[in-house]
Design a binder for this molecule. Structure first.
Ligand code: AMP
Ligand code: AMP
Length: 330
């Protein structure tokens, strides 16, 4: 029955993983691609159809064409980056996920509030410069792969760096020194269970290279790639518990459905083995691209290769079979 539906997404970020997973679950697949990337996406046999655009902002124009195809859109990191939050919300095609969560993801104050109310350990945030305990990191609103973040060590430095924000929204967070660990979860509204699919750590330029030079430079946090990491097993129960708390609180704050599908808690672990959650991404994150063939954590739950992209398609397939698509589409 699922073969009547077409799974579609924008051609970037984690599109290959999403479409490969959709094909493995028996769906038709479609990529909306920039003209210059047509030949790139043609390389992959699991993509059945392509619709090309000059820029992703043309999406509203092609929505009508896609409506006749029983398309289900899977959002990823490029949606808010290229369509903006409003563009994302306005999309009228069936969309996997809860669009109301977008407000809580974009607005760092709302996001911090959600995490704190869920009982999650987060870095301290400073509203008033006079209260700041250095070092701090100044972060712009909205996910941009760490672009435009500044590490600040003293008041003079703060006054200089804050000029870059000129009218833009930002938060000032305590800078946590530790190992970063990004935990990829999937919450199913059908089974009401939380799964850890995989984990990664990011490679960020230039902060991850600073150990290689003997003089001081300002770090930047622009992500260029991801590498796998497994967690000490004794810390795994806490990783599950954090994910469950976040989902539970979302069902009160963003009722009735709350957060479901893939999401990521971006943590830093300090020497006392404490997790600090620096951010939540309420969608598939690009670090899951490491695990198209599954991960150690997905292997513990499934006897077949299960990426996050395939897990999304499996959820849609199960919802179709149980006649519950309304629970997972917005
Ligand atoms: P791209 O597909 O590279 O144009 O990226 C689309 C959006 O996703 C941008 O906001 C990127 O910063 C973000 N992004 C892409 N790759 C990653 C990654 N590996 N980790 C985190 N964010 C990413
Ligand atoms: P984010 O966009 O919040 O995932 O952050 C991107 C990167 O900035 C992270 O992977 C960290 O390297 C760095 N970062 C963000 N917030 C903090 C923080 N509070 N303390 C230390 N590093 C941070």
């Amino acid at each position: 029955m699922n073969s009547q539906y077409t799974i579609a997404t924008l051609g970037s970020h984690s599109a290959l993983q999403i479409l490969k997973g959709a094909k493995d679950e028996g769906f038709k697949t479609l990529v909306i691609t920039l003209k210059k990337h047509i030949s790139f996406y043609q390389r992959f046999p699991f993509i059945d159809e392509m619709v090309s655009v000059n820029t992703f902002s043309e999406l509203p124009k092609i929505e009508k064409k896609l409506k006749n195809k029983k398309v289900i859109i899977i959002p990823h990191g490029s949606f808010v980056a290229y369509l903006g939050m409003e563009g994302n919300k306005k999309m009228s095609l069936p969309y996997f996920g809860n669009k109301k969560v977008l407000d809580f993801e974009f607005d760092r104050v709302k996001q911090g509030d959600w995490l704190k109310k869920a009982g999650i350990n987060t870095p301290e945030e400073f509203k008033n410069i006079n209260d700041v305990e250095f070092p701090v990191i100044i972060k712009s609103f909205g996910a941009a792969g760490g672009k435009g973040y500044y590490l600040v060590n003293n008041k003079k430095d703060f006054d200089e760096k804050i000029k870059f924000f000129n009218g833009k929204q930002y938060v000032v967070q305590q800078y946590i020194v530790g190992v970063s660990l990004y935990i990829h979860y999937f919450y199913s509204p059908l089974t009401k269970k939380l799964e850890i699919m995989s984990m990664d750590r990011r490679y960020e330029t230039n902060v991850d290279a600073l150990g290689r030079i003997p003089f001081n430079v300002d770090p930047s946090y622009v992500v260029v790639g991801n590498s796998p990491l497994v967690l000490r097993e004794s810390m795994l129960p806490e990783a599950y518990s954090m994910g469950e708390k976040v989902v539970k609180k979302s069902q009160e704050l963003i009722s009735p459905q709350g957060l479901f599908g893939p999401f990521c808690l971006e943590t830093i672990i300090t020497p006392d083995q404490k997790f600090y959650v620096i951010e939540i991404s309420a969608r598939i994150v690009a670090g899951t691209n490491l695990f198209i063939e599954g991960s150690p954590y997905a292997d513990l739950l499934y006897n077949e290769p299960m990426s996050t992209g395939r897990r999304i398609a499996r959820e849609i397939k199960n919802a179709i079979n149980e006649d519950k698509l309304n629970l997972i589409l917005d």
